[in-house]
Design a protein around this ligand. Structure first.
Ligand code: NAD
Ligand code: DAU
Length: 331
């Protein structure tokens, strides 16, 4: 199969391409704008006869049309992905997440190409800490941030293109990912790379917010499963029962670095900060038989710390500018 992977030079997309190369015979074209969040280095070492990179914008409808015409399936990861950035400058989120998805949908509609849409659990808003319910495929949409509202908008476009035009699409909404190649702006890599530099972890507010952590390889194995055997028109939630408060994550990292459990700082909270996300992935597990492989969060975190220690060349160039942005926001 010829796969077009948008955003394949970013965190989850580059790990996806690596998994595709290892587990299938597919050939992959990555379409990526190489924004601040994407880099060629994230694809280094992959076989050139299986993986090629086209540098371009998913909102460029002519480019997208010509690429889609040459492929059997599209997996759409490309997005502006960081909530904090969306609060400072929302415009690129509309351009990439909404218009970019529209351009892809029009192309897959014209060329009748299978499409898988990568989305987030943030479209459902947040839960109370003691709410026994978790998000399911029928939870109503209620996004909080410019980022999550544009992802919600993109999901709704997909649903409309399936119903109105018969586009052969599936959607997945996943919880928080961790693992190698994640940008240093995100919570876990920010704290790991800070600790490597001897900087105390930074917790927004009280640090009580809960995220449902999943290893990036588990997210991607679920995406491959849906691509291969998901039912057209369906949405699948992806999660691995990994709920942890931010404070618990920071304490686990401090332990891995041999530091005291309270050796962190509280900083200015994120405006509109979602309290808790939690995924019920029963549909994916029972219908498609998917199971996550990384059930031990501490072991996954330890591997991730090792990866950042061993790959300083990859993350160091982005670190100072990212921290300068956070400092300006009191974070
Ligand atoms: P990322 O920011 O690490 O990577 C995004 C990639 O998209 C980058 O390589 C960037 O260069 C590229 N890109 C951005 N705008 C583009 C454009 N206009 N045209 C072409 N390429 C463009 O993001 P990520 O964390 O890997 O997230 C990937 C996808 O997964 C996103 O759709 C995100 O909403 C979704 N998601 C992320 C998580 C998470 O925890 N990170 C969880 C669930 C869903
Ligand atoms: O739930 C899926 C979403 O997870 C994805 O759709 C997003 O693309 C991805 O960025 C992530 O969103 P979050 O906003 O949950 O992730 P982030 O890494 O920015 O923050 C995780 C939590 O940690 C959140 O509660 C905010 C908090 N935080 C973050 C940073 C950067 C801190 O306490 N301190 C920090 O320094």
């Amino acid at each position: 199969m010829r796969l077009l992977v948008t955003g394949g030079a970013g965190f989850i997309g580059s790990n996806f391409v690596r998994q595709v190369v290892e587990r299938t015979d597919d050939r992959v074209t990555v379409l990526d704008k190489l924004t601040y969040a994407g880099s060629r280095e994230s694809l280094a070492g992959l076989p050139e006869d299986r993986v090629s990179l086209v540098v371009g914008d998913v909102a460029d409808s002519e480019l997208v049309d010509s690429l889609v015409a040459e492929h059997d399936a599209v997996v759409h990861f490309a997005a502006e992905s960081h909530n904090d950035n969306s609060l400072v400058g929302p415009r690129p989120f509309l351009d990439t997440n909404i218009i970019g998805t529209f351009a892809l949908l029009e192309a897959v509609r014209k060329h009748d190409v299978r499409y898988h849409h990568i989305s987030t659990d943030e479209v459902y808003g947040d839960l109370e800490l003691d709410d026994p319910q978790r998000f399911t495929e029928s939870t109503p949409y209620n996004p909080s941030s410019p980022y999550s509202s544009t992802k919600a908008g993109s999901d709704l476009l997909v649903r409309a293109w399936v119903r109105s035009f018969g586009v052969r699409a599936t959607i997945s909404n996943c919880s928080n990912n961790y693992g190698p190649f994640q940008h240093v702006e995100k919570f876990i890599p920010r704290q790991i790379t800070g600790l490597i530099d001897g900087i105390r972890p930074r917790l927004y507010g009280e640090g009580l917010n809960v995220r449902d952590w999943i290893h990036v390889d588990d997210h991607n194995s679920a995406v491959l499963t849906i691509l291969e055997s998901g039912r057209i028109g369906e949405t699948y939630l992806i999660g691995a029962d990994g709920e942890k408060s931010n404070r618990e994550v920071v304490e686990a990292l401090l332990q891995l670095f041999g530091r005291a459990p309270d050796d962190f700082e509280h900083v200015t909270d994120r405006p509109g900060h979602d309290l808790r996300y939690a995924i019920d992935a029963t549909k994916l597990r029972t219908e498609l038989g998917w199971t996550p492989q990384f059930s031990d969060f501490s072991a996954g975190l330890e591997d991730t710390v090792r990866w950042y220690r061993e790959n300083e060349d990859w993350w160091r160039p982005a670190k100072a500018a990212t921290e300068a942005k956070y400092a300006a926001a009191g974070q």
